[in-house]
Structure formats: C-alpha cells, structure tokens
Ligand binder design. Structure first.
Ligand SMILES: Cc1ncc(COP(=O)(O)O)c(C=O)c1O
Length: 390
C-alpha cells in the first residue's frame, strides 16, 4: 500500500525528522549526552501518587489542573520567580513543557507566521512551527560571546510576520544563562515592537558559578506580554510523568485552552498529585543533586582541558557544548564515529540548528562509574582523532 499517498502535507514534511529511537539499551554504549536526569524525586512524590491511586483518583481533573496544584504553582512562582499569577485563571497544568509549547504556538502562529529564537536552540521549536505551517527563525549566537544573544541581531530578524520571541534560559543545548542585562534588552525590544515572549524556564534550578536565573515575566512591563513555560521534568527529575505548566495573563490562557483540551483534556491526574507533593517539599533536597551535577561539570571541563578541546563553560542547565572543530569532523560525523569507535552517545550540535555545526552536546546526567569510564573513552577517542590530523 502506498502510505505516503494517504499522508497530509504536514506529515510528509516531517517524515524522518525525529530519526528512529532505539528503545533497547545497547550493551557497552554510554550515553554522555542524555537529557534525562539520573536522580529520583523525594519519596513524598511516590507516596502521593500511590495514595491518589489507592483513593481511586483516576478520572479527568479540571482542564486546567487540580486547584491545589495550581495554587501551589502560583505560590512557587510568587516566592521563587517573583511573578504573581491568579491560580484560578492564569495557570494551566500541562503534559510537560512540550505540550505547553505546542498549545502556545497553536494559539499564536498562523501559517506563514514567524517566531524568533536564539540558536542553537531546543530542536522541538522548529518542528512545532513547521507543523503549524509557520517558521521558526533562528538567530545565531556564537561561542565567542558564550552563546548569549546579541539583541541587535534579534531586532534585525523581526519582520511583519513575527509573532513571538522564544527565550530559553538556562539554555539547551548551550548551557548559557542569559544575564539580567540581556533579558532587560530583550524585554525592551519586545515592548517596543509589541511582541509576545515565550519564556521556557525548565532548567531554572540548574545554575552554576553564581549565575542566577531570572524570569522574564518578573521584569518591569513583561508580565502582560510573557507566557511562562515550566515543567517538573528537569527540576524534579520527573520526565516520564509528563507534567508541566503555562502561566500567562487570563485572556491568553483562555485562548490557548482549546488547544490544550484538543491534545490532552487534562494532564495525568496521578502525575498532578506527584507534582503537588514535590512542590510541598522544602527545596533543599535539590542542593545535593545540584552539587553532584557541578562535580560532573568540573570533571567534564578537566577532561576537555587535558585533551585539549575547547568548550563553552556551562553556566546552567546540565549540558556542555563541546567545540569539536579541531578534529576536522562535522557534528554528525563526530557523533557517528564516537558511537562506532568509542561506544559513546552524544547529540550533534546541529539538532539545535545550523549555528551548532562543529559542536556536540555532552551532558552531566550520567552517574559514576559509567561517567568516569565515558570520559576516559572520550579522551582516548578525541586524542586519537587529533593525532590523525597531524
Ligand atoms: C528547552 C526545553 N524545553 C522543553 C522541553 C520539554 O520538556 P518536558 O516536556 O519534559 O517538560 C525540553 C526537553 O528536553 C527542553 O530541553
């Protein structure tokens, strides 16, 4: 049967864009680029979910999520992010930031519209825009400026079709935390050009060396034009529970609810009780995880310095963006050879757009002793590649 003939233009355009996922772990392969945290949330999360199940809480919740969770999210945003939202009308609980992002873009983008984002960026943005017949316009950032966006470049990318700016800090894949000065410049630009800002803050808890996460909506004049996306996936190591949220002014929440409803009706009720439990915990348990990620960050940097291979020092998130240009290989070729010859898995920098060519994404998410074994293999592998070039 000719299946292609049955596909929408949209589906044809996306064929192969995700690659094929191998669900079976391959013996001996070490994934040094994974985006999944390797720790567990506190036991209270598991207890709350078990209690919810035992009490038979398995029916739909309100579309926007259980009121207790929305209240807890509003309280978290008030105390940690310095933004006040009404839990009754300004928060929607979603199936992760992924759904939050798609619902938001469905609300904002018509076919032919554009959304601008600093690049390298999270790869899903491109696919989401293209599903909607819209375009993600990447604005390249460079290693020389630690992949921090030059706001004049953002301004130059604005056209009459631009509907939104997407800002991610801390960033996947570069590990850049945008400084307050840059965020204020972006805020000024958004206000001057009357643009909505989508602020993806899912790595907010992962910051190093005194870099501080600042929420876009907390800046003067920005609450009314910012859609804040966040998630329990990375902050609380709950990626598979699929739980996130959108916080925005009520008219925008009203406008995006039909899209959230079309995709999910509501987020998983059991996950919502887990999310409520984790938000009720004092946040100090997370410090031990962060210290471990910082330890791995230093091990990565020590390894790269010893080779030596340049890299962009991670300021936040849990990625390290490694400059593999001295090996003479493209990102794709490096990743393929690392897998074949060193049994190591990385993401090519190019998954986040062309500005990532010549880079790979490493991660801090692998624990001992595989992490150390992976780094040792990486060092031998890259040293060999550099020798080949001499
Ligand atoms: C920047 C960014 N946004 C959103 C997501 C989606 O996260 P989730 O749907 O698990 O909350 C990811 C996942 O890696 C990400 O890196």
């Amino acid at each position: 049967m000719d299946y292609q003939a049955h596909l929408s233009q949209r589906a044809r355009g996306l064929l192969g864009s995700l690659g094929r996922q191998t669900s079976v772990p391959i013996a001996g392969l070490i994934n040094l680029g994974s985006g999944t945290p390797d720790f567990l949330p506190p036991p209270a999360v598991f207890e709350a979910m078990q209690q919810a199940l035992a009490a038979g809480k398995i029916q739909y919740t309100a579309w926007t999520g259980i009121p207790e969770l929305r209240a807890a999210i509003a309280e978290k945003l008030r105390t940690e992010n310095n933004i006040v939202y009404d839990p009754a009308t300004e928060i929607v609980v979603t199936a992760g930031a992924q759904e939050a992002l798609m619902a938001t873009l469905m609300m904002l983008l018509d076919p032919g519209d554009e959304a601008i984002t600093p690049s390298p960026h999270y790869d899903e943005y491109t696919r989401d825009a293209s599903i909607l017949g819209a375009t993600l316009v990447p604005v390249a950032t460079t290693p020389e400026s630690q992949f921090t966006i030059n706001v004049a470049d953002l301004a130059a990318a604005i056209t009459p079709r631009t509907r939104a700016l997407i800002v991610v800090t801390p960033n996947n894949p570069t590990g850049t935390v945008l400084p307050e000065r840059t965020l204020r410049d972006i805020a000024a630009l958004a206000q001057e050009r009357n643009l909505i800002v989508i602020s993806d803050e899912i790595y907010e808890y992962y910051t190093f060396d005194g870099h501080r996460h600042i929420s876009m909506a907390s800046l003067p004049g920005m609450r009314e034009r910012t859609i804040t996306l966040n998630s329990f996936s990375k902050s609380f190591a709950m990626t598979g529970l699929r739980l996130g949220y959108i916080a925005a002014p009520a008219p925008l929440i009203d406008a995006l609810l039909p899209f959230h409803h079309a995709m999910m009706i509501c987020a998983s009720v059991v996950a919502q009780y887990g999310g409520l439990a984790v938000l009720s915990q004092p946040r100090d348990w997370f410090q031990a995880q962060l210290a471990e990620y910082d330890r791995r960050r230093h091990l990565w940097m020590d390894t790269l310095k010893a080779i030596p291979l340049p890299y962009s020092e991670p300021q936040g998130a849990y990625y390290i963006f490694i400059d593999i240009r001295p090996t003479g290989l493209s990102s794709a070729a490096f990743v393929a050879r690392a897998r074949e010859e060193a049994r190591l898995v990385f993401q090519p920098g190019t998954i986040g757009g062309g500005a990532g060519e010549g880079f790979i994404r490493g991660a801090l998410t692998k624990g001992s002793p595989e992490f150390e074994e992976g780094l040792a293999r990486f060092r031998t592998f890259v040293t060999g590649l550099l020798h080949e070039r001499r």
